[in-house]
Design a protein around this ligand. Structure first.
Ligand code: ATP
Length: 645
């Protein structure tokens, strides 16, 4: 769809009155009186013409594999994907570098054969040849910039997709440990550092590197002893300084990468946590904390700035000393008649041409060091192995009855400190098990293990006799649906959110889910019905409605097994009853593991298990457990006394 159809309201929406309708739409919406209320008639033709010119973006064919990335990431692997562009860029670089060197030679011809010899045709020839070389250089430069720009755009696009696919593959443990801001830095700033190097840096590197080689050869050709003396004065100090810079910049740019990742992390967390920060009156403290991370970034930049401040002028001084020595030695040779003035001029120009690239290379080397640091970080990310992996040769899980068996299972986020120990539990197809127990006992952990968001450290979990680790992740996740404790809604329409797990779901399935979970009135109330756009993270709907949408999502997905981590946030009584009714409808005929934070939910389950101290302490029906007078009976009595108070 074009951006105009989506953003400023193409035809086809319902009558609009709310904020979303106000964002666009023709016809009825145009008269709604809000700003941006549709497309004014005088602009309609222009907008239609623009829409017609919108490029068509086909759905890219990006293969997604569950197998982890090899982590092999080199600059060459990024560039070699498009050999045509690479060869064109390399050829243009070569041409440009050679053409650039013809200038001083033509000046020498003009001086010695034209001016010196009073020969006008030679002078004209030198001038015309100079002009031609300038035009050709510009042409080669244009081709080089275009080719390397395209090459880098493709390479970074591929890299971004590759990293993103890897992020999608990584397991929950990665996201628990790694800060979102750090991952964001990898995807933005680090990739940009590489893009910068690939688009301009490499070509410039080659041009200047080649220039230095050609200039050295030309200097030697003009006068061997003069060239050797000059280069000996210049090259060794330059090499020593560059070696120092390489070492210092390596450390400095890595520190800079880490500091910017820290800055992004704090920024992301502050944006997500803005409500809590405001509510707890911690804005001033947060500004201080941000000052600290910004300060760390400043220090890192200051450090690299200091390194550059030594290296840049250092190379300049070496170059200028070289030129001074050349003037002295070369001037004496001219006086002795062993060198012409034209040759000395060309020599000076060439030596200057030798130093210009050195100056440029300093800058490029800085870019290179930044990109190298970024590449190291990205390589590290790509080498992160997902904790939950698909086994080679895993089979698709056949349509499941939904019988579950947890066998002698032990698991700990830190294997040295198990959260669950030797747990054994059999769940019949269609049975609903409610998991209750004190906070932190491991109920949600058990649910996550059944959904294979983590793998047990020992023992196994089987669905219809298949170990979860033996079946493909895709087939497993299609048949085991998860309703997390905090439902996450995406910025998009209500329909997109409900059909999230099954984007190709027919309209009838979506409507059936809406009715089943009791979302009909929300849909009817919303200005565009199912096409109403929700705000980021579903902030435009109530917490109860968010839970209902999450339930509708699983309804549409139609899994055989449902793992439901009941939300702990309490709702008002009416919403509570609506959510409970929706859960009942969802679980009908399905195997279910329910992490029940409210014992009213547990009461309705076929069986209740009490998880405590790393294992299942009690299990049975609600009535049996009450009659037994154990843990559950005590919990229930406490809960009842609180709810009836
Ligand atoms: N990602 C994690 N990394 C490390 N430890 C974790 C992680 N998630 C949970 N834990 C720890 O594991 C234990 C069990 O947590 P779990 O979330 O399963 O408890 P729960 O019984 O569901 O609690 P609640 O009723 O409060 O939701 C707790 O001690 C918790 O601190």
């Amino acid at each position: 769809m074009s951006m105009f159809g989506g953003g400023f309201g193409g035809p086809g929406g319902g009558p609009g009155s709310g904020a979303i309708a106000g964002m666009g739409g023709t016809g009825a919406r145009r008269n709604s009186g809000s700003p941006f209320a549709g497309i004014p008639p005088e602009l309609a033709a222009g907008v239609a013409a623009l829409e017609a010119r919108e490029p068509v973006h086909p759905v890219p064919d990006v293969p997604f594999r569950q197998t982890p990335d090899s982590g092999r990431l080199t600059l060459w692997s990024l560039l070699s994907g498009r050999p045509g562009l690479l060869v064109t860029a390399a050829f243009a670089v070569l041409l440009e570098a050679l053409l650039l060197q013809s200038g001083p030679y033509l000046v020498q011809i003009g001086i010695d054969h034209g001016i010196g010899a009073g020969n006008v045709p030679w002078l004209v020839f030198a001038a015309v040849a100079f002009l031609a070389s300038v035009v050709l250089t510009a042409l080669a430069s244009g081709i080089r910039i275009r080719a390397s720009g395209r090459l880098s755009a493709y390479a970074t696009r591929d890299l971004r997709v590759r990293i993103f696919a890897h992020l999608q593959r990584l397991s929950l443990d990665f996201y628990t440990k790694e800060k979102a801001g750090v991952t964001m830095t990898r995807m933005t700033s680090d990739v940009e550092a590489l893009q910068h190097l690939l688009s301009e840096g490499f070509a410039q590197f080659l041009i200047h590197g080649l220039t230095m080689v050609v200039v050295t050869a030309v200097l030697v050709h003009y006068d061997v002893s003069l060239a050797v003396i000059t280069l000996l004065m210049v090259v060794p100090p330059l090499v020593i300084l560059s070696l120092w810079f390489r070492k210092a910049a390596d450390v400095g740019y890595n520190r800079q990468r880490d500091a910017i990742a820290g800055l992004f992390s704090h920024l992301t967390e502050s944006l997500y946590g803005v409500r809590v920060i405001t509510a707890h009156n911690q804005r001033d403290r947060n500004v201080i904390a941000h000052r600290e991370v910004v300060g760390a970034y400043r220090d890192a930049n200051d450090n690299t700035g200091r390194i550059n401040a030594v290296y840049g002028p250092g190379t300049s001084v070496i170059g200028l000393l070289g030129l001074a020595a050349l003037l002295l030695i070369g001037g004496r040779m001219v006086l002795r008649g062993t060198l012409t003035i034209g040759e000395l001029t060309a020599f000076v120009l060439y030596l200057n041409a030798f130093f210009q690239p050195v100056q440029q290379l300093v800058q490029l080397y800085t870019n290179y060091q930044q990109a190298r640091a970024a590449l190291g970080k990205l390589r590290g990310l790509l080498r992160t192995i997902p904790a939950v992996q698909e086994k080679p040769g895993a089979i698709p899980l056949p349509p499941a009855d939904g019988g579950l068996l947890i066998k002698d299972m032990t698991f700990g986020y830190d294997p040295a400190r198990p959260v669950l120990r030797d747990v054994t539990l059999r769940i019949a197809p269609g049975e609903t098990i409610a998991c209750v127990g004190p906070t932190g006992a491991g109920k949600s952990t058990l649910a996550k293990l059944v959904a294979r968001l983590y793998d047990p450290d020992s023992g196994s979990i089987l669905i219809d006799g298949h170990d979860l680790r033996d079946v493909t992740l895709d087939s497993l996740h299609r048949q085991v649906g998860v309703v997390p404790q905090e439902p996450f809604l995406f910025a998009g329409t209500l329909r997109d959110n409900i059909a999230f797990a099954r984007p190709d779901a027919p309209e009838s399935a979506i409507r059936a889910a809406v009715d089943a979970v009791g979302l009909r009135d929300l849909v009817d109330r919303s200005p565009d019905g199912l096409d109403t756009v929700l705000h980021e993270r579903g902030q435009s709907v109530s917490s109860g409605e968010r839970q209902l949408i999450a339930l509708a999502r699983v309804f549409v997905a139609e899994p055989r097994v449902v793992v439901l981590d009941e939300a702990t946030s309490s709702l008002d009584l009416r919403s509570e009853l609506r959510v409970e009714a929706a859960i009942q409808r969802l679980l009908e005929g399905r195997t279910a593991i329910l992490v029940a934070h409210r014992l009213s939910t547990a009461r309705r389950a076929d069986r209740v298990i009490v998880v405590d101290a790393g294992g299942i302490r009690e299990q049975g029906t609600h009535d049996d457990l009450l009659a037994a007078g154990g843990h559950y009976a005590t919990m229930y009595a406490t809960w009842q006394s609180h709810t009836t108070r």
